[in-house]
Design a protein around this ligand. Sequence first.
Ligand code: FEO
Ligand code: CA
Length: 644
Amino acid sequence: MGALIARRLSRRAALRGLLGGAAAMSFADQLLASARPAAAQPGPPAAASPSSLSFKEIAHQMTERDAVPEGYEVQTVIRWGDPVLPGAPAFDPRRQDAEAQAAQFGYNNDYVDFFPLPRGSRNATHGLLAVNHEYTDPHLMFPGLPDDAAARAQPSREQALTEMAAHGMSVVEIRRENGRWRPVEDGRLNRRITATTPIRISGPAAGHPRMRTGADPTGREVLGMLNNCAGGNTPWGTVITCEENFNQYFGGAAAETGAQAAAYKRYGIVAQAGYGWGQHVGRFNLDVEPNEPNRFGWVVEYDPYDPASVPVKRTALGRFKHEGCTHAISADGRVAFYSGDDERFDHIYKFVTARPWNPSDPAANRDLLDEGTLYAARLHDDGRMEWLPLVHGQGPLTEANGFASQAEVLIETRRAADLLKATPMDRPEDVQANPVNGRVYAMLTNNTRRKPEQVDAANPRPTNAHGHVIEMIPPGAGTGRVDHAATEGRWEIFLIAGRPGVDAGAEYHQGTSADGWLSCPDNCTFDSKGRIWISTDGAPGTSKVADGLYAADTDGPGRGLTKLFYQAPSGAKVCGPCFTPDDETVFLAIQHPGDDKGSHFDAPLHPLAGFRRGDAAPPGHHRHHPPGRGGGRRLSGAARGTGA
Ligand code: FEO
Ligand code: CA
């Protein structure tokens, strides 16, 4: 194991003995000639920090409030229940219903994106905030429900419909005036997408018999999108939002006995659905509609500047638990979309459009995502990597292996990638290209199930509780003519998370402070100088550190020197980092603050009939807390309880 870790790590790390064992050191030394130092480059003398990031790092904390450095300010932009559509009622947690929620902001936000107004401008003070609503936590959403699986699995009809309305996305017009961000009241372009919004299905899988249902015999229109997690955008200004853990919404005996049982299993669909919506809405019951789950797990595209635009599920980009999907323009004008499949031992993918995008003719780009090639990544131990095409008829993707068409390859993307021997990774979350150096960064959040005999150079730790970040290097990276369409490249480890000197294998720049280490990298973005900003989800409880936002140089003497910029209230995870075009504001989504074990919403029981009332509150319970407000300027986050 030590040798495997050493293969892609730096000389300094090996010499410092962090890896332990003579075998690791000697193996590392053998490879020095070919291995460019990754996270570790020698820093200048101790006096001056080699980091180009000048903010004063905050201290790690685990409290009910959040924190930012001196001179920065946290502002709440929008919260769960705030009005999105005209006429939305004021939020009242005791009187929630589907109609109200469908006009209000949802929660558990992951993807946050800023689209300047007017379209095509670089306006940094007025724009559209596009935010997903990933999932619902009944125990944090409805007063009186306990934190247990039954509250989710046995909803009342009203509860199920309200939860469906709390899924999807919001687009909200916002403006910064006198230093404060605020939603524009009744913004003309505001919209809500929910689990019942009509969405078109396009690309090779559209219309396939396995995409057809009783309600949609064409296989070309589905109601809603589910569990949209992170996302991205396109060079032509559309939203890319990604369905992740869609499996939880479906259940029925067919999961074990149906004709598609094996396919369900590969996606984690089991007889007992996590969400009990299927008790009230038949299409979530596999025994009623066995094909309905095939219509989820896709990438969805829509135009945020047109609230009447019909979102489209782009099947050419594959069906899996997409964390996000972000683009990079290749030197020849074709566009690559990178995406992680967030599951232990699942894969990293990219889709490359068949044609270049057309900057001068928006109509020409409208269906660009329907034609192209999907690839899965294989990362070799020697630092080479290959992108393996998921093309029907090529290699093992044939009739003999149960793939009769490209549609079937896409519906069962995971099985196709397995057959191609793509590398099983430690839960790939955001995968995003750095617009300055052209390299592509993958957040591998953790994988405590990896056994010692399963480690490889790209996933070098068994029982990987803290995750790591790898860097994929396409041909031409750093030259200004990056080939994101290439089928080969190289890769490096950027950092290995956890507490340096405490958690085995943790690896950062030597200048990283006791507050600068991180755990469980989840989302990332880049500022205009190409520095990476990483948000985290779920340091193990023993770490006693809340989730946060960390920044590091990706080049130069400060490369890999992570610094803590923001820390969330305990129980929250931090998502969506997104800068305005001037880098003055970073938008964050603060998911489920206060969601510690056993917590629940202890507001007075609401009077609505039909909601299932929970058991009496257990001793020691607490309500969840909105984030505090820092002093100073310029950081925008938002939250109401589980809000953004
Ligand atoms: Fe929705 Fe991969 O987190
Ligand atoms: Ca995320």
